[in-house]
Design a protein around this ligand. Structure first.
Ligand code: AMP
Length: 373
């Protein structure tokens, strides 16, 4: 599916192609058509699923296509629990609305209000806010919510956990009754179900299982390691886990061969599989591995697609993948069918940015392990 097939208009398509997004994520595929029809929505999704674009795109498109009359007024409100999320959401609105005339403003507590008030005075179409500062500026009459057409309650469960329920309840009566409301939450405890009943009108529900859910049964470990220490660390790790079947991932075919060569030299029987090997050679390597003749296999992501074994004891990310989701797929090969799973990642200095993305996608901080001297 493409963004165009979701009937997204030209200015937004242009912004998306600048971001180099190729396909809509599952939550976007489901939520955008509902959002564009101005229907109320419950989205069960967590950060990392692309949910921000799932509500931002329909809002931008609807506002951009509605006639502009009179003074600029706040027509969309996005309420989110933390300053970090507010800033991230504001960044998304900036990017996706670049080729429109819409204005957006972000307000949050913990900083002086003057700059935020200045921006509000200049007029804005979309307001992203944390609850406390929003109520504060409303009481000072800098903000009126009387013209809101679209209201998003983001991370509703976190909002409650952080004790914002009273603030949210104070805000609700200030919103016009006729509006589109979209509520996003990673979980749906009873309090959220009750809240959603009171603020949504005949909502459609969309739900995406986070990619990270597959990793919950897997113990994940992380070594910060110099590039040239990786092979020694790998040899050490493999020797200590010689009872397990272990899949080692490299990014390139060349590297897979090199790692396999070095391991064999160190007395660890292993084979590499990648696209340059013949089908017969790959098959043979897999048969040897599955039967336990070899305990270690080194693979590239593409070649590893054929590996489907229930008792894979460990996955080692010798090198990090380019895309965070690939990490989740890699490690999801261990810990299957009730077996204990372990995933160890080697992260060099230049891979740290990637590692941060991965932790964002999986929503987890990995256990950092120390190198023994
Ligand atoms: P979110 O769940 O909204 O915090 O988004 C998570 C990350 O996914 C952000 O870094 C977005 O820039 C990115 N993202 C959102 N939609 C897409 C898409 N369709 N294709 C690729 N990346 C995306």
């Amino acid at each position: 599916m493409t963004f165009k097939e979701l009937h997204i208009s030209e200015p937004i398509l242009k912004a998306l192609s600048k971001k180099k997004y190729e396909t809509p994520t599952p939550i976007q595929q489901q939520a955008i058509p509902i959002g564009l029809k101005a229907i109320d929505l419950i989205g069960i999704a967590q950060t990392g699923t692309g949910k921000t674009a799932a509500f931002a795109i329909p809002i931008i498109q609807q506002l951009n296509e509605s006639p502009k009359i009179g003074k600029r007024q706040i027509k969309a409100l996005i309420l989110t629990p933390t300053r970090e999320l507010a800033i991230q959401i504001d960044d998304c609105f900036r990017e996706y609305s670049e080729f429109t005339d819409l204005r957006h403003t972000v307000i949050f507590g913990g900083v002086k209000q003057a700059a935020q008030v200045d921006q509000l005075k200049r007029g804005t179409d979309i307001l992203i806010a944390t609850p406390g500062r929003l109520l504060d500026l409303i009481s000072q009459k800098y903000i009126s919510l009387g013209n809101i057409k679209h209201f998003v309650l983001d991370e509703a469960d976190r909002m409650l956990d952080m004790g914002f329920i009273h603030d949210v309840k104070k805000l609700l009566p200030l919103l016009p009754k006729s509006r589109q409301t979209m509520l996003f939450s990673a979980t749906m405890p009873k309090t959220i179900v009750d809240l959603s009943k009171s603020i949504l009108y005949k909502p459609s529900k969309v739900e995406v299982t986070p990619v990270s859910s597959v990793v919950d049964t897997i113990q994940q470990g992380l070594y910060y390691v110099e590039k040239d220490q990786k092979t020694d660390l790998l040899i050490d790790l493999l020797k200590k886990n010689s009872d397990k079947l272990i899949l080692v991932f490299s990014r390139t075919k060349h590297k897979a061969d090199k790692i396999a060569r070095l391991l064999n030299k160190a007395g660890i029987a292993c084979e590499a599989i990648h696209g340059n090997k013949t089908q017969t050679a790959r098959q043979r390597a897999l048969t040897n591995f599955k039967s336990g003749k070899t305990h270690v296999i080194v693979a590239t992501d593409i070649a590893a697609r054929g590996i489907d074994i229930d008792n894979l004891g460990m996955v080692v990310n010798y090198e990090l993948p380019d895309v965070a989701e690939t990490y989740v797929h890699r490690i999801g090969r261990t810990g299957r069918a009730g077996h204990a799973g372990v995933a160890i990642t080697f992260c060099s200095e230049e891979e740290r940015v990637m590692m941060r993305d991965i932790q964002k996608v999986t929503g987890k901080k990995l256990n950092v392990m120390l190198l023994s001297a």
